[in-house]
Design a binder for this molecule. Structure first.
Ligand code: G6P
Length: 481
């Protein structure tokens, strides 16, 4: 029987991703707090036009008892258009830490720590079914359901089956925020057919770059035997449109922040601290795909080969806590601390104090002696993020693979026309490299290549910096979200 609430709702857009636009956190006092999750997916989608019938479905991020969930639901809906799909803790763990982040994430980024087990796969299927069932119950005729990312690849087909069952006309889109690997690599996955069939339940599938879309279409032929044309995959009576649509940022939000007097003050003060130095900046989630150790190794190699930079070049690396239950990320954190300590002992003059406030800490470290590497393991509030981007001479993105990488665009958006026009030094294997042609690109698997790219950025003429920046800026302002 029809739910009377559904009859009064106009058709609208239902965005679905593993996380909602806000994550629910429990405070020490036992109440709840809502935080913006880190990562490009939520940033990239936050500019969506939120009409009256817009909802964003996702997992709250922790188990919330049903009676407490009721109170949260109205806050989520009214303030964030968000609808929580609660999951049992063990199931969420097998889905998120298991199949999503121990199987699909390393597989899609060509990382050797890929592992597979049937229990995780079963949990993945169950979670996808829970999402699809909930959406099928809430959908009305004419809705557009837009499913996001590798956590929910089976949802489109599961939903289509429901759609046929209940005779609702809904349009289903799917967007992958990660790379899609080459077919020869993708077929390592024992359930590769099921995943492809799951995504092909959509009417339209989007990727960040032409090479991910090409890999996907070729895989549909080589693994499932489907015919493909330029932008379509043919499945008997139906065809699926495959589209390249690189995600963008909202550059105006950076320009507005830069215009605030408080931000100018912070940025000037940071520049003043580093007035006789060049600042290399990195902002990344703590993740083994981000090439973080290599950044410190490249700086160390550069200082050893070109000692004229000792005392004149610093790396500020923000490491945003992420997926902390993944063993590889925990190991990575100790490796980074060790490498930073070694570099600072070898080339620095010791700096002692630590402050809670991020910028105070940097300003202090910069002014007291020389510390080649400053590692900040922290979330960064937006004003501090823009200050760092604005003050940096070079932004270094060293991902060994990365779906897009919005840090690259955010850096470009935070460099003002009349200022120094910082250089973006960008891994060839970040999706953004297909778009930001003004960047200096390098192969992150080759340390010498990274050192060459940094040297080029450090010694580039002002006119070359300006023309490269202009090329990047054009893309960032035209390709907004
Ligand atoms: C990054 C990735 C996305 C992913 C998101 C989720 O932005 O590029 O593909 O969906 O992280 O992060 P989480 O914190 O939920 O694991």
């Amino acid at each position: 029987t029809a739910n009377p609430k559904q009859l009064v709702r106009d058709p609208g857009l239902l965005v679905v991703s593993n996380r909602m636009p806000v994550s629910v956190k429990r405070t020490a006092e036992g109440s709840y707090r809502l935080d913006k999750p880190s990562g490009g997916l939520v940033t990239g989608l936050s500019g969506i036009d939120k009409g009256a019938s817009f909802s964003w479905y996702g997992w709250p991020g922790l188990p919330v008892p049903e009676e407490e969930l009721q109170d949260l639901r109205s806050v989520l809906k009214e303030q964030h258009h968000a609808v929580a799909i609660p999951l049992d803790d063990d199931l969420a763990d097998l889905h998120y830490n298991g199949f999503c982040n121990s199987t699909l994430w390393p597989l899609f980024h060509y990382e050797g720590c890929f592992s597979y087990n049937r229990g995780d796969w079963e949990a993945y299927q169950r979670v996808n079914q829970i999402f699809a069932d909930r959406l099928a119950a809430d959908c009305v005729d004419g809705d557009v359901v837009w499913v996001h990312d590798y956590h929910l690849m089976l949802v489109p087909e599961m939903l289509r089956k429901h759609g046929l069952l209940f005779n609702k006309k809904i349009t289903i889109g799917f967007f992958l925020h990660t790379p899609f690997p080459a077919g020869d690599h993708f077929k390592i996955l024992p359930t590769c057919k099921e995943l492809l069939a799951g995504v092909l339940g959509s009417d339209m599938i989007g990727f960040h770059t032409a090479s991910y879309a090409k890999n996907f279409k070729a895989t549909c032929t080589s693994i499932l035997g489907h015919k493909i044309s330029h932008s379509k995959v043919f499945l008997g009576k139906r065809s699926v449109h495959v589209k390249v649509s690189p995600i963008g940022i909202d550059p105006d939000s950076f320009t507005r922040e830069l215009a605030k007097p408080e931000l100018r003050r912070l940025s000037d003060s940071l520049r003043d601290t580093y007035k006789d130095k060049r600042v290399l900046l990195g902002i990344d989630r703590l993740d083994y795909i981000k090439g973080l150790p290599r950044k410190i190794e490249a700086l160390t190699q550069l200082l050893s080969q070109q000692p004229e930079w000792i005392g004149r070049l610093v790396l500020i690396q923000v490491v945003v806590p992420s997926r902390q239950d993944i063993g590889e990320n925990q190991e990575l954190f100790s490796t980074l601390n060790r490498l930073a300590d070694e570099a600072n002992r070898q080339y620095g003059k010791s700096v002692s104090a630590t402050y809670h406030d991020l910028l105070t800490h940097i300003i202090f470290s910069g002014s007291d002696g020389y510390q080649p590497v400053t590692l900040l393991h922290s979330n960064v509030p937006f004003n501090e993020l823009v200050t760092l981007y604005n003050a940096a001479d070079i932004c270094l993105v060293a991902s060994t693979r990365d779906g897009m990488n919005l840090v690259a665009s955010e850096y470009v958006a935070s460099q003002q026309e009349h200022e120094r026009k910082g250089v973006l030094v960008l891994s060839k294997f970040a999706g953004a490299a297909e778009q930001l042609a003004g960047s200096v690109q390098f192969n992150p698997w080759c340390l010498d290549d990274m050192v060459d790219a940094l040297t080029k950025a450090l010694t580039m003429s002002e006119s070359e910096r300006a023309s490269r920046h202009e090329q990047n800026r054009k893309f960032v302002v035209q390709n907004t979200r």
